[in-house]
Design a protein around this ligand. Sequence first.
Ligand code: R1P
Length: 287
Amino acid sequence: PDSATGYSYEECTATADWLLKRAPERPLVGIVCGSGLGGLAKMLKDELVINYCDIPNFPQSTVHGHAGKLVFGTLKGKPCVCMQGRFHLYEGYAIQKTTMPIRVFKLMGVETVILTNAAGGLNQDFKVGDIMIIKDHINIPGFAGHNPLVGANDDRFGVRFPCMSDAYDRDLQQLVRAVADELDFSVFMRDGVYSVLGGPSFETIAECRALRQLGADAVGMSTVHEVIVARHCDMRVLALSLITNKAVMDYQSEKKANHEEVLETGALRAKQMEKLVSTVVSRIPNT
Ligand code: R1P
């Protein structure tokens, strides 16, 4: 393995080939389920479920609400693969390893990645249960050099210096808005900027205020690294945050962020999330 990434191109290819031997067909869409959003995988028809622990070279899920299963199947006829369980920096993985599955997606044939997450709302207009279309991100760990592309660049995946100003596909954002309108979901749809922190401790009040001033609308501990790797290898990206709690922004508040609330809100909005994602997937044009 590459000493910086913790895995080599060949290992990544071996993992993709191992999966393709078992998968019913090459997936075109890859979905990553956020905390408490694993139910998205239930949308897939004729599914094949593979536990992460059986997949060669794959990291293992350690977080409650992340099942650790890869699910293949079709969604309205489109072949998909769905990660029920993602990897976070705070689990102790090298940042490069947390995003290895995104490259496995690419090597299997995935063209579009849909990333979902549970996030704290910084924008005071946001309510618990809102779904935010991510239009941009602020990579706070990146300010200190923590980027999943650190290390030798493998040109087989992408260029050394990938552009990020077009990271979030604007046509897909438009498609989500149109679908949300049709489904009568517009009342809880938002768009905004997602900021990532390393976790696992939740944000302090001062950190939330600082992030808001920087222009962030929501905060979490995932997604951004996956976006960077997906764009590096030229996949289209759509990312959605479920606002599972309001970030505590004032010293008078008695509220305390906790993972249980995050999972509960996921369960409350699960049906709408599934409807939204499945309708969007059915309309994504193949490239
Ligand atoms: C905190 O409750 C956890 O939920 C979110 C945060 O990033 C953190 O891992 O998980 P996802 O981003 O995986 O949805």
